[in-house]
Write a new protein. Structure first.
Length: 411
């Protein structure tokens, strides 16, 4: 089941997953080194049914970089810990005092119930050198085994203002099944700072979050049972595309005919050849080393919040004439005070005065002839002097007119 992604290894499971001695069969030449064979395919067409090899080997990408093996993923570990040694930037929250008392009990430093109740009630006890934090980490079952170090991320849970100079006390990290898989501790590395005085303060980045490189240690293995009882595996494309998936299938079948087939635009299923049944991880590595030329959908991505625009290489324009001029409207308020005459019955009043200035820029009409590449389009737009903010409006109107042959995405 995919609900519990973390599976602890038991001795029985390890025995079941153990690999016997490598087979002694001599493999056919195409199965020995597909990476080298792919190099020999440079110069073949990358059209449909041609295996997906590009004319220029530099344009090709490994299948490993375009897909992920279905069922293999990182597992999230999380825990709650206590950071000590803060220089007055810790928390004054009652949660921190309670957490510190529970931490002392773990070390058999207990106090009578009346004293504990008094400590909970008092708000004057100094805890500004402590902070309750959340500790998170990611574990890859194929990379991290028992005893291996992992990086952990720390973030404040209470009202501490900075973790600079703090040290995380030993903290267990749990999986979604409630089991402890790692322990974390060590000095916190903060990529920012915060200083304040009576009337001013300065802060850079976020001093309430930090990392501990190699601050965690795997204490229990997470078994990878993906291929324990199956003779096939699936590749999930990170960017589903029918043409890219077809090229991958053709490239794999070029070395192992009829062993790969496409389920849909995002999934490819590959059967494991008989000589590799006891070396399935090795076979997957060979498949991932094959290079193909990926296809991509023509897209224009616009982020209006930041003014960022990304234009894909397959974006094309039909012949179109573009004219874009800025319209500026400046409104200013200059209120005046009206005073009544002496000995009159009038009252003092504020009279609004509004001035509006409208400026419309002039821009020539520019004709863009097809075929238009990304470079041609960028040169034409730069010649018009448009800004990234203007480009958003231009691309919207090009899409409405039918001249833009690409998917327009707003973020």
């Amino acid at each position: 089941m995919s609900v519990l992604a973390v599976i602890a290894c038991s001795p029985g499971m390890i025995a079941a997953a153990a690999m016997p001695q490598a087979m002694a069969e001599t493999l056919p030449p195409p199965m020995q080194n597909p990476g080298a064979a792919a190099m020999a395919q440079v110069g073949r067409s990358n059209g449909p049914g041609q295996g997906g090899y590009g004319v220029n080997f530099q344009n090709s990408v490994r299948i490993k970089d375009l897909t992920r093996i279905q069922g293999r993923r990182t597992n999230k570990l999380t825990g709650m810990g206590l950071v000590s040694g803060l220089n007055g930037t810790g928390s004054k929250n009652p949660v921190t005092r309670e957490f510190a008392l529970n931490m002392l009990e773990r070390f058999d430093l207990r106090s009578d119930p009346l004293s504990r109740a008094e400590i909970r009630r008092r708000g004057l006890d100094k805890t500004d050198n402590l902070s309750v934090v959340t500790v998170t980490a990611e574990v890859d079952v194929t990379l991290h085994k028992q005893g291996n170090p992992i990086d952990v991320t720390i973030s404040t849970f209470d009202d501490a203002t900075s973790l600079q100079g703090g040290v995380l006390m030993l903290t267990p990290l749990f999986g979604v099944d409630g089991e402890v898989y790692a322990l974390a501790n060590g000095p916190v590395s903060v990529g920012g700072f915060s200083f304040s005085g009576e009337a001013a303060s300065v802060q850079q980045n976020h001093p309430t979050t930090g990392r501990i490189p190699n601050g965690g240690t795997i204490e229990k293995d997470i078994c990878d049972t993906l291929l324990t009882h199956t003779d096939r595996f699936r590749l999930n494309l990170t960017s589903p595309d029918l043409e890219t998936a077809s090229r991958m299938v053709n490239a794999i079948n070029g070395f192992w005919p009829n062993y790969a087939h496409m389920l849909d635009a995002g999934v490819i299923e590959v059967r494991v050849p008989e000589p590799y049944m006891q070396r399935q991880n090795q076979f997957m590595a060979l498949v991932q080393s094959i290079r193909v030329v990926p296809d991509s959908e023509a897209r224009v991505v616009i982020n209006e919040r930041t003014g960022t625009i990304v234009i894909g290489q397959n974006v094309r324009l039909s012949k179109v004439a573009i004219s874009h001029a800025n319209l500026s409207v400046v409104t200013s308020e200059s209120p005046m005070v009206s005073q009544p005459g002496p000995f009159s019955d009038g009252v003092t009043a504020i009279v609004p005065r509004t001035s509006i200035d409208v400026q419309e820029g002039s821009a020539p009409v520019r004709v863009i002839d097809p075929p238009v590449t990304v470079g041609d389009l960028a040169a034409a737009l730069n010649a018009m002097g448009v800004t990234p903010r203007d480009l958003s409006s231009i691309f919207q109107q090009l899409k409405v007119s039918g001249a833009l042959h690409a998917k327009l995405i707003f973020e």
